[in-house]
Design a protein around this ligand. Structure first.
Ligand code: AGP
Length: 618
């Protein structure tokens, strides 16, 4: 949730840390702070609000000359987003002897705080992090050295955390540990980094070490060593090279990351298909073969008899959309599940079940809990995930990487597109293994998929124009319904989520057939409805639901495929994509409508209030 960076090396730490925080700001942004060790002193500057507030404060003081520092952008979990709660927090009985930044939740902090207060520790914040800082300081009073104190304090902390510490006692050293929250070490020449996310230090190094749960690291400019938290035994870790392109993590000329990411979707579809959707005759093992889907990650697993698709938010909507593909093409029953509900239920796993967890970030706490539950119960878990090296990617029995590239905007767009393409490929892959679709039928669907990038490329600019026009026309609306049937229903949920999270206009997605069971009572001339009208067998039913809304004076925008004539006030045309894949061209229209609405209403498009990109707490 929060963004963490630590640096020790040969450069002035302040600009490195601030730059790192800027690249992490999407992880949390209600306050931020930095701390540096300079000789025997510890310096700290913090500010409530966005990073710019911290930078403004720093501009008013002369830069720190320190070569070792830590920084943090916060998304509050304990205590209000005010300066005294911002990280770093100091630890020490009478004076600060160390500073920490922390991501996650220290669950037993209340008991520990009481014990520390009894020992004379004074608290300036409401945070669990300050308790951790004082706890390490207290351990140091009894331990032979800082490292032992750090480890022994962390062993007393229950919960999920990534925690990074500096201290004038070892002015060039940073200690960092993780349990459930991500933490990555960057290995440079004469310098080391630690961060919650790789982009924080990508301009300096591509060589990284992924810390595992229960490990901690000691870094100095010239060395790193990972240890087991429980035993203090050194762990031999492999340094891995990341081939990410930093440019793709920048806005590339667009006003917002979200807009850039929406317009990247044609390329995302192409990238997801590359090497996976093979055209006839391309058999890499020689010989001829029909069009086929190659997903070697799944080859060693039996074809599932039932799939639990588990995710949160937008990823959940993608999972809901996947159900019909698996059912119709591969004849595999699917239960889409909201992760935060799933892992608290007494789920019945049967032989032949598979859990498919979907997560853009690969770090969503509830999704990870579902993954761990399924693994503990002996059910195979496949991860569908966009971040290489993330917790989902590492903990699932197999992982399919979605190839959407870094998604910076808090609102998920291209990730959902990539998940949908991957689901289509998976359903076709299983359809081939089960022989539920003929080679010809599979080729037809693959041809539709292959045609999507060109269609998106062609329609995106026009979709944006119409989205802009409609957003002006409907910007006074206080509420919206989004309706759809069949494959359009998950898209309706997603459209409503996008509108509320970005523009703060209340919006609800419904299965169109459910309107008569209650929601239609809300319809009046001030309550618009956006209806997804695909050119499929369900259209006549959707059209009669529209008539019912019209009869009550409700304004209707129809996002309608070519070939259907919906009874709407405004018809927003989409090209007709046959079969179950029409959602792939409707999705960007919904995203653009929300984007344009939020931008027109002056909202913070890339960082909507109260939200964070990675939701790493339950
Ligand atoms: C949607 O725009 C949100 N960012 C949110 O619903 C998101 O999809 C959800 O938090 C799940 O995230 P994940 O895919 O990274 O697990």
């Amino acid at each position: 949730m929060c963004g963490i960076i630590g640096y020790t090396g040969h450069r002035p730490a302040q600009p490195v840390v601030i730059e790192g925080l800027r690249r992490l700001e999407y992880r949390g942004y209600d306050s931020s702070g930095v701390a540096f060790v300079e000789g025997s002193s510890l310096w700290r500057v913090r500010a409530a609000g966005k990073l710019a507030a911290l930078e403004e404060k720093l501009a008013g003081i002369s830069p720190f000359g320190s070569l070792t520092g830590i920084g943090h952008t916060r998304w509050a979990t304990h205590g209000a987003p005010v300066e005294r709660n911002a990280h770093p927090h100091f630890g020490g009985l009478n004076e600060p002897v160390l500073a920490v930044v922390h991501n996650g939740i220290f669950e037993n902090y209340r008991e520990v705080k009481e014990q520390l207060e009894a020992l004379g520790y004074r608290f300036q914040s409401d945070t669990d992090t300050e308790v951790a800082a004082h706890l390490i300081a207290e351990e140091r009073r009894h331990a032979p050295d800082l490292m032992t104190a750090f480890a022994s304090a962390l062993r007393k902390m229950h919960g999920a955390y990534a925690l990074v510490m500096i201290s004038p006692e070892e002015p060039e050293t940073i200690y960092a540990a993780r349990l459930a929250s991500p933490l990555i070490v960057g290995v440079g020449t004469g310098e080391h980094f630690v961060a919650s996310d790789v982009p924080a230090f990508l301009p300096y190094t591509r060589d990284v070490i992924f810390l595992e749960n229960g490990e901690f690291v000691r870094i100095t400019p010239g060395a790193h060593q990972v240890f087991q938290l429980d035993t203090l035994q050194p762990v031999d870790k492999k340094v891995q090279r990341i081939n990410w392109d930093m440019q793709s993590a920048q806005k590339g000329g667009y006003r917002h990351f979200m807009l850039k990411e929406i317009f990247e979707q044609p390329g995302v579809v192409t990238d997801c298909l590359a090497g996976r959707a093979l055209v006839a005759g391309e058999n890499p093992h020689g010989g001829m073969q029909p069009d086929t889907v190659r997903l070697p990650e799944l080859d060693s697993f039996p074809v599932p008899e039932h799939i639990h698709v588990v995710a949160c938010g937008t990823s959940y909507h993608a999972g809901l959309w996947a159900r019909q593909l698996f059912e119709s093409w591969a004849r595999i029953p699917v239960s889409p599940e909201i992760a935060s509900e799933f892992h608290y239920r007494d789920v019945l796993f049967r032989p032949g079940d598979m859990v498919l967890v979907i997560s853009q970030s690969g770090e969503t706490a509830d999704t990870l809990a579902a993954l761990r539950l399924a693994k503990a119960r002996g059910c195979p878990v496949i991860g569908l995930c966009n971040v290489v090296g993330s917790s989902v990617a590492r903990e699932a029995d197999a992982v399919l990487i979605t190839q959407a590239g870094p998604e910076i905007s808090v609102a998920s767009t291209k990730a959902m597109c990539s998940q949908m393409v991957m689901f289509a490929l998976m359903a076709l892959y299983y359809a081939a293994r089960k022989d539920t679709l003929s080679a010809d039928q599979r080729r037809v669907q693959l041809d539709v998929l292959r045609g999507i990038p060109a269609i998106l490329e062609r329609i995106l600019p026009g979709l944006r124009d119409t989205a802009r026009e409609l957003s002006r026309e409907f910007s006074m609306a206080r509420s919206f319904f989004y309706l759809g049937r069949g494959q359009a229903f998950p898209l309706a949920l997603e459209g409503a989520l996008k509108l509320k999270e970005l523009s703060y206009i209340h919006a609800e997605g419904y299965a169109a057939g459910e309107m008569k069971h209650g929601p239609i009572a809300l319809i009046d001339p001030a309550f618009p409805t956006l209806v997804l009208a695909f050119n499929d067998a369900l259209f006549p039913k959707t059209a009669s639901n529209m008539q019912e809304i019209k009869a009550r004076g409700g304004p209707i925008i129809a996002l309608a495929a070519e070939g259907v004539n919906p009874p709407a006030d405004r018809i927003w045309r989409l090209p007709h994509v046959p079969g179950l894949l029409a959602g792939l061209v409707a999705l960007p229209a919904l995203q653009l409508f929300s984007y344009e609405m939020a931008d027109y209403l002056g909202k913070d498009v890339d960082q909507p209030r109260n939200l964070a990109k990675s939701v790493t707490v339950e």
